[in-house]
Design a binder for this molecule. Structure first.
Ligand SMILES: Nc1nc2c(ncn2[C@@H]2O[C@H](COP(=O)(O)OP(=O)(O)O)[C@@H](O)[C@H]2O)c(=O)[nH]1
Ligand SMILES: [Mg+2]
Length: 223
């Protein structure tokens, strides 16, 4: 397993670095998705399910970012997908330079979708453009339906919201309609996908959306 120790990027403009990385990935036909959530929301489990479900439809790679360990990257690699683990030197976010270092360490030949599994929290990662084409965030049922009120920036910055652990709905006071209402004020264009990575409920709609994003990137590849 490749593990890379990162340092904060020394850069004049993260936004320019991010745009450059995005353009290069577009040229290569690789859709980069920045996946963000609190720790334990279910990022790795969701990615595992997507990799398995789409194995005949899309080649997927995962850049795993964490403070320590390589457990997530090992899990992803055991499913047959390309994965690299990066450590963030204690930092609570990934920026574009750090993302580039990780991306360049992966063999992306033939890859349709690369995911960045970002550091687990709903605060810091929202502020940094990583160079991803789309930002997807996860809110899991046990975290509660008030999170859009507490962490509005993450909801404003993301293109899609995956509400996961829907199989746990009977055990928690989680009001899905209330979340939809809060989100519609913060980010009316946000796609919402209620799913369970455990039972597979709702996964098809999310996977279809991902395939559509990859297809539309390829259409623009040489535009
Ligand atoms: N019941 C249920 N548990 C889940 C689901 N997705 C993830 N989990 C559990 O949540 C815990 C954290 O998941 P993980 O994918 O490691 O979260 P991450 O830290 O965001 O990558 C694990 O114990 C998973 O088995 C789900 O859809 N339903
Ligand atoms: Mg994980």
């Amino acid at each position: 397993m490749k593990v890379i120790e990162l340092r904060a990027s020394v850069t004049r403009s993260n936004d320019i670095d991010a745009q450059n990385l995005r353009n290069e990935l577009t040229e290569k036909g690789v859709l980069l998705i920045n996946l963000m959530s609190a720790a334990g929301s279910g990022k790795t489990t969701l990615l595992s399910r997507i990799i398995t479900d789409l194995k005949d439809k899309a080649k997927i790679a995962v850049l795993e970012a964490d403070i320590d360990s390589a457990v997530d990257a090992e899990k992803i690699e055991s499913l047959g997908a390309v994965s690299v683990q990066v450590h963030t030197d204690g930092m609570c976010h990934m920026d574009a330079g750090m993302t580039r270092t990780g991306i360049e360490a992966m063999d992306l030949e033939g890859t349709d979708i690369a995911f960045l599994e970002n550091i687990g929290n709903l605060i810091c990662p929202a502020e940094y453009d990583t160079g991803a084409h789309k930002c997807v965030m996860i809110l899991s049922v046990p975290e509660g339906d008030d999170k859009p009120l507490k962490y509005p920036l993450m909801f404003e910055k993301s293109d899609a919201l995956v509400i996961t652990k829907m199989d746990a709905l009977p055990y928690f006071d989680f009001d899905l309609e209330l979340v939809r209402k809060h989100v519609s004020h913060l980010n009316p264009d946000m796609k919402i996908f209620p799913v369970s990575a455990k039972t597979g409920e709702g996964m098809e709609a999310l996977e279809q959306w991902l395939l559509e994003q990859a297809a539309s990137l390829r259409e623009n590849q040489h535009a």
